[in-house]
Write a protein that binds this ligand. Structure first.
Ligand code: NAG
Length: 166
């Protein structure tokens, strides 16, 4: 390796010493999968992420805040989601909240247990089948538009837009 290359490497190490830049060959969704989680934990449109593989500390960035409804729940994502991810477990989760009845509660932990995902909001937790998260939800629309249950203008527009982006 030439010395400028070593110099660059050293700089890179210094810059990323506390938050190792994610291996950019993996998308954030593939990274989730490598820890045993389905891609649908994060909505479509994550613009970047950082992951320190040694500690599992991560940050994922969205274009802005994101919210959508899933059945009786309303979910809200902040533009920065952070936490500590290890195999089958995400703890210290920050940035995702769920509206239960009239209360907004922070989802602090997600555990993969076989075919189920357990979401913890501190005082309570709820289990959902992993199958529900095979697709990424879309901001403002949720899972329904992915499943094609909403056959309105929104869906065809989204399909149209994504075909342009591809
Ligand atoms: C949820 O977390 C935010 C910080 O991310 C905090 O300001 C808010 O008070 C928390 N809400 C609850 C209900 O704990």
């Amino acid at each position: 390796m030439s010395s400028p290359a070593i110099h660059c490497l050293f700089l890179l190490l210094l810059i990323t010493i506390s938050s190792v830049a994610a291996d950019d060959t993996l998308t954030v969704y593939q990274a989730l999968e490598s820890y045993g989680f389905p891609i649908g934990l994060l909505p479509v449109g994550v613009t970047g992420y950082e992951l320190d593989p040694s500690s599992g500390k991560f940050k994922a960035y969205l274009d802005g805040t994101c919210s959508f409804k899933v059945d009786d729940y309303e979910l809200k994502y902040k533009s920065t989601i952070s936490g500590v991810i290890t195999k089958n477990r995400i703890r210290n989760l920050k940035g995702i909240s769920v509206k239960v009845l009239i209360l907004w509660l922070n989802i602090s932990e997600v555990i993969r247990d076989d075919d189920e995902l357990e979401f913890s909001v501190g005082i309570a937790s709820a289990n959902f089948a992993v199958d529900n998260f095979e697709e990424c939800p879309q901001c403002g629309c949720g899972f329904d538009c992915v499943n094609g249950e909403r056959k309105g203008v929104k869906l065809s527009l989204n399909r149209f837009v994504s075909s342009l982006v591809d």
